[in-house]
Design a protein around this ligand. Structure first.
Ligand code: B16
Ligand code: MG
Length: 218
């Protein structure tokens, strides 16, 4: 194992809750109910794809022009950014800081493979930006997760072969993306849901260097 590529939301920090609140607010503005169960479908997918799903739910797919849709996603992002402005290192999920420091000590490369365009801002708020060797810009990719593009691009930016990388993800689409990129996949969450992963742990505090290394070896 020479590098680890991390998803952000659900692995490094729990921004899903803020995304949910911001989408729920936008839903109220346009008359679509965004509840917690529906929000699950928005995890790991891009901002514009999330809006499309919400419009579909409300039978509103033809109501807005592309310019109006862009205005809606901007409004959602403004609300979301106000919330993440308040984030601090206390918002790191359990065990993540220790894991990143351990990987650095072992001289492994660390990359971010998140669909979020707010990734760099959030890493700075969490005070871990310096630990990352690279961040993939999701706006430059042809296809989002479950396509492998984001993980392949991450490995490329680190100049490391995908087979020498481990990917860490909490979403089904994300695990599929890692596997399609020909990397070992460590899932965080439900083992049945994330059955495609090489190894699944229920919570982030169980993510350790020995576990990642062993998963890669297997
Ligand atoms: P942004 P991940 C994803 O993060 C979130 O899970 C998803 O809910 C969000 O819509 C997406 O990022 C885009 O985020 O609006 O900040 O660009 O799990 O890929 O780290
Ligand atoms: Mg995620």
């Amino acid at each position: 194992m020479k590098a680890v590529l991390f998803d952000l939301d659900g692995v490094i920090t729990d921004t899903a809750h803020y995304h949910y609140k911001a989408w729920r607010w936008l839903g109220e503005e346009i008359g679509v109910v965004v509840d917690e169960a529906f929000n699950e479908e928005l995890k790991g997918i891009s901002r514009s794809e999330s809006l499309e799903k919400i419009l579909e739910k409300g039978n509103l797919t033809t109501k807005y022009t592309q310019t109006e849709k862009n205005e809606l996603t901007t409004k959602k992002n403004d609300v979301y950014q106000k919330m993440i402005e308040e984030m601090t290192p206390n918002d790191l999920l359990p065990g993540i800081q220790e894991l990143l420091l351990d990987l650095k000590e072992k001289q492994l490369k660390i990359g971010l493979a998140s669909a979020s365009q707010n990734g760099p801002f959030i890493l700075a708020k969490l005070n871990i930006a310096d630990l990352f060797d690279t961040i993939v810009d999701p706006t430059t990719l042809k296809a989002g997760k479950p396509a492998p593009d984001i993980f392949i691009q991450g490995a490329k930016q680190l100049a490391i072969a995908p087979v020498d990388c481990v990917g860490v993800e909490d979403a089904i689409a994300g695990v599929s993306a890692i596997c399609a990129a020909n990397m070992a996949a460590v899932g965080v969450g439900d083992a049945v849901q994330l059955k495609e992963a090489t190894k699944v742990v229920p919570t982030t505090d169980l993510l350790t260097y020995p576990l990642l290394e062993k998963t890669w070896q297997d």
